[in-house]
Every structure is written in C-alpha cells, then in structure tokens.
Design a binder for this molecule. Structure first.
Ligand code: ARG
Length: 467
C-alpha cells in the first residue's frame, strides 16, 4: 500500500477541496499566524531595534552590523506602512517575515539580530507593547466618555426623573445623578486600566526561549529603551505568561457590561412609551417598512458587542488553563481574541460617547413619569417619622394605606384631600404636601452621595478635578 502515500500529497479525498494539496498545506494553514499577527509589525521592529542596539552596546555584535540592522528595519517599517511589503504565509509569522526581508535587504548581518533571543520572548514583547498601547488608548477613550457624562450631569443636575428598582418606579432622582452613576462605573473601569498598565510594565525581551541566555545582555537597557519600568524577573514565567492579555480582556468585559447596561437603558428610554430621550439621527436608523420608526441600532450593537468581548475572555482563559510551563504553540491563539475585543471595545466606547453627547433629553416626560407610581410614598413615611414621631415601620404602614386609597381613587398621593389623609392618621397636617412633590423629594435627599442637586454638584466637582 506504499504507493497510496504518494498521492495523499496531491489529492486526498478525505481532506476535501481546500486541502487538496496535502499535509504541507494543512500544516502551513494551521501553523501560520501572519494573517493576524502582522498587526504587530511596528512593535516587532521597535523591539528588534532596541535589542540590536543593546547587543552592540554590550559588544555582542559589531556597531557596523547594528547600523545595518537598524537601517534595514527602518526600511522595512516604511515598506509595511506604505503597503509595499509582501507578507508570506510560508514564513509563518510577523517575526520571520521581517527577519527574512532583513536578510534580503542587508545580507548576512541580518542573521546576527536573533542572537540572545527567541521568538518566545520576542512575541511576548511585541504583544505586551501592543496591549500596553491599547490600554493607553482605552484610558483616553474612557476619559472622553466620562467627560460627556459630566457635561450632561451638569446640565441636568436638577432635572427630575423616576429612579427605578426592579424597573419599577421607586423614588424620584435627578437625571444628573443617574449620569453620575455611569461616571462612577467608567471611572472604576479607567482605574482598572491604569492598574493593568502598571502590571504589564515589565520588559520580556532577554528571557530568550525560557531559560535566559549566556550572552552578556543588558535587560535593563532594553527595558528602558522600550519604555518599560523594569525587566521581568523570571524567564520561565516571562515566556509563558499571558496575564496581561487576559487582564485586558477582563477589563474590556467589565467595561462592556457597563456599556451594555447603558445601552439597554437608552433602548428603553428612547421607546415612545418612555420617551425620556431622543437619539440623534446620527446614532439611529429608520425602518425600511415602518415610516414612523427611529431605531436605536447603535445602542443595540453596543449591547451585542459585549457578548463578543465576553467570548474572547472565555476563549483565552480556556486556551491558557491547561498549559504546562513555558511556551506552547496554543498561545499563538491569544492575539485574535485580543484584537477582536479591542476593536469592539473601541467602537462601543466611541458610539456611546457620541450617543450620550447627542441625545435630546425630554425633561418634561421624565418629570411627569417621576411623579407617577406614588414615587413620593417614602417621603410621606419620612414626614410621619419626622413630624409626627411615628416609628418608621408604623409610618410605612400608614403610607401603604394612603397609597391604596390614592390607587382606588385613581389619583396621586399629592392629590388626596387632607381629610382623607387625616382619616388614615390624625397627626397629618397640610405641611405634608410640601414633601409630596418630586422636587421636594429630590431636594431632601442631601445625604452624602444622594440625589439632591447640591450633592450631585459635589459629585461633579469631585470628578471634574480628576478627569
Ligand atoms: N507566532 C508565534 C506566536 O504567536 C511566535 C512564537 C513562536 N515560538 C515558537 N517557539 N514556535 O506565539
């Protein structure tokens, strides 16, 4: 049966169409990462320039070879940036594509670049640099989103809206206060980003394959040249660690979850039934069949991007979970997850910032809704505690009876005649009506962090000083 081996290479029916050319083609396709890791070209070149410069400084390669290498790498950088570089899948990944081109450009000196390093520390470096830049970009974008919310909060520090629990009207709050809740959420996301930058700020280059190297390299020099705080301490950990990528994805997932909650609120608020906000035309679409519709597509897509980002986080956690130390090729699957999540996150933050800035807030609708659903019932109970000396539990009970009465009469608490209220509890006087309006309710909640406009303004001032 030996002869059948010869044609498996050209046409094995079991492998089917695209693999008709046999095992070499399958291996090339499964092994190559150039299709996605070409995104790392700038980081790869920066890393190689720093490495070559250090090698020359340490006398490991000559200054002439270093100059040729640096010149060649800069040429490659402009070739790639101008779209004049031919990526080859046969050369597997970005590292070998660049090194092969360097050999064509400068000859044998190119072979000295890979002294005292391996693709294992090289890819760890390139990817770390990429993730670091992405985190810095995310930090800026979150700052922009927070700024948009601060502006809206300031504008609406006094605008009353219903506050919800269980999506049922609970107590009146201000729209400014609601906006500031998102500032807190995105502020936490931003501080997670800052911590992640601190965590990853160690240079992997020089860990080599996994054990370090016998050449007299200076890892502090390369760390400094590449803008890292210091070199990593353990060469085995260095080439097997992808925590920085997982942290990025975890932060993206949490931020995505926040964005998705906001998206959901915008979807609800922009329904004709709620009518709290109107999205700008820029961030909504019409229907091809129903002329009256204005759909919150951007918000819906932000909500959906969260699913994608969560998928990437789980994918990378799963890829890493059973890997023995140090490097395994499994780790090549880290990049697409991070690239995809980064793209989704950037787009989601940008779309949300635009929506928050552009949406029209219907304060009249919000205020009307704030007054319905007996939202000031707690204020009545608090009045009974404060003015009539009732224990809160009793006041809660009395208020419940007043709500039931108003419900049966089809009116609001503030519309119940005084005699009716006094029939429920004799201590009630007409000053109770002062607390039954939504404005009075909101203004009274002056506890630290509360919804009173004066408190909301303090929250805004706190964040303005930090944004
Ligand atoms: N393309 C590889 C990756 O992304 C680079 C590292 C390859 N190292 C190796 N020992 N095969 O992980």
């Amino acid at each position: 049966m030996a002869e059948s081996n010869t044609d498996t290479k050209s046409s094995n029916q079991m492998w089917g169409g695209r693999f008709a050319s046999g095992p070499d083609a399958i291996m090339e396709e499964i092994n190559a990462s150039i299709g996605f890791d070409k995104k790392l070209f700038a980081q790869d070149i920066r890393g190689s320039i720093a490495h070559a410069t250090m090698l020359a400084h340490q006398g490991i390669i000559s200054a002439e070879d270093k100059d040729k290498i640096v010149h060649g790498l800069n040429t490659i950088l402009s070739e790639i940036e101008s779209g004049n570089f031919e990526f080859s899948r046969r050369l597997e990944d970005i590292h070998m594509n660049i090194e092969a081109r360097l050999a064509t450009l400068i000859g044998p000196a190119a072979g000295r670049l890979h002294t005292a390093r391996s693709r294992n520390d090289q890819v760890a470096l390139d990817f770390r640099l990429w993730v670091k830049e992405e985190l810095e970009k995310t930090e800026k974008m979150l700052t922009g989103l927070i700024a948009a919310f601060l502006d809206r909060a300031e504008e609406h520090a006094e605008s009353v809206m219903p506050g919800f629990t269980h999506l049922q009207t609970a107590q009146p709050v201000t729209f400014g206060h609601h906006c500031m809740a998102y500032v807190e959420m995105f502020g936490r996301d931003r501080s997670r980003v800052r911590h992640a930058i601190e965590h990853l700020d160690e240079s992997p280059i020089g860990a080599a394959a996994l054990a370090g190297t016998g050449y007299p390299i200076d890892r502090h020099m390369t760390a400094k040249a590449l803008g890292f705080r210091e070199p990593t301490r353990n060469s085995i950990d260095t080439v097997s660690d992808r925590d920085f990528a997982i942290e990025f994805l975890a932060i993206a997932a949490i931020t995505g979850m926040h964005l998705s909650r906001l998206a959901e609120e915008i979807v609800i608020w922009s329904t004709p039934q709620f009518g709290f906000v109107r999205l700008s035309d820029a961030f909504s679409t019409g229907s091809s069949i129903m002329p009256q519709k204005k759909n919150p597509d951007a918000a819906e897509l932000v909500r959906a991007k969260t699913g994608r980002i969560n998928g990437s986080l789980i994918a990378l956690l799963t890829i890493m979970k059973g890997l023995p130390l140090a490097y395994s090729k499994d780790m090549q699957e880290d990049k697409e997850q991070v690239f995809d999540a980064a793209e989704s996150l950037e787009l989601a933050i940008a779309a949300m910032t635009g929506m928050v800035r552009d949406m029209t807030v219907n304060t009249a609708r919000m205020k009307a809704a704030a007054g319905s659903g007996f939202s000031t019932a707690t204020d009545l109970a608090d009045w009974l505690v404060r003015e009539a000396g009732l224990p809160f539990r009793d006041a809660h009970h009395v208020t419940g009876r007043a709500v039931a009465l108003a419900e049966s009469k089809g009116c609001d608490l503030a519309e119940l005649p005084l005699v009716d209220l006094q029939a429920i509890h004799s201590a009630i006087t007409d000053t109770v009506y002062d607390v039954l309006t939504v404005e009075a309710s909101v203004a009274s909640r002056k506890s630290f962090g509360g919804t009173a406009p004066s408190e909301v303004r303090k929250q805004i001032a706190f964040w303005r000083a930090r944004n």
